[in-house]
Structure formats: C-alpha cells, structure tokens
Design a protein around this ligand. Structure first.
Ligand SMILES: [Zn+2]
Length: 127
C-alpha cells in the first residue's frame, strides 16, 4: 500500500472513530424509565434492549477502527490478523477497519455462531 493510500485510509478511520466515540460517549443516555403502565414498561424495555444492542455493535466497531489506526502506525495495516495474508483492496475499500481477510472473517462469523470466540479473542488482544 502506498503512503497516499494509507493517508486516505487514516483519514477515513479518524472520521469514523470520532463519529463512533460520540455515539458511545452518549451511552449514559440509556436511562431506565419507570412507568406505572405495564405496556409502557414493555415498550421501554425493548427500546432499551435495542439501544444496548446497537451500542454493543458500535463499541465493537470502534475497537476495530482503533486497532486499524494502530496498524497504520505499525505498518501492518491491510494484513489479516489471523492468516497474515493481504486483505483484498476491494474489501479494504468497503470495510477499511476490517481486521481479517474475507476467509478468516467468514470463519470468525461461523465460530461465533457456534459460541467459539477464539478469533474474536485475536481482536481483543490486538486492540
Ligand atoms: Zn485471513
């Protein structure tokens, strides 16, 4: 990857990081609203659950974005964390914070579905 390409990715990632940090910082916005109306309670509970699920996704994404920025600094950006092959340029363009090549990502998704998070742990260790 050329310096100019790296610079471009860095900019995209920095922008994404700012955006996600703003969202995650607002996590305190998830309040537990008490309501006398039981139906209201159910409504609030599911809204809260959705908000927490979204936040979970945003936090994971933020972790990936931060770790991609670190990989730009240490020169390993664009390389799969698992098999250490180059991640295809097409994938990098679509998902600049992708930690894995498409094969390893599919493997990670399959493992996650099976309750095995060993590839996820790679991410945590890299973050
Ligand atoms: Zn891979």
């Amino acid at each position: 990857m050329t310096k100019i390409e790296l610079q471009k990715f860095k900019q995209i990632l920095e922008t994404k990081k700012d955006e996600l940090e703003r969202i995650v910082r607002n996590r305190d916005g998830i309040t537990i609203e008490k309501s006398a109306d039981a139906l209201d309670e159910v409504q609030h509970a599911s809204e809260r659950e959705l908000a927490i699920r979204n936040l979970d996704r945003e936090s994971n994404l933020l972790r990936n974005v931060r770790s991609a920025l670190r990989r730009i600094e240490d020169g390993s950006f664009g390389t799969c964390l698992h098999c250490e092959e180059d991640i295809s340029p097409k994938r990098m363009a679509a998902v600049p914070w992708a930690p894995f090549c498409i094969q390893c990502q599919e493997q990670a998704d399959r493992q996650r579905a099976d309750g095995d998070e060993s590839l996820d742990e790679l991410l945590v260790n890299a973050a």
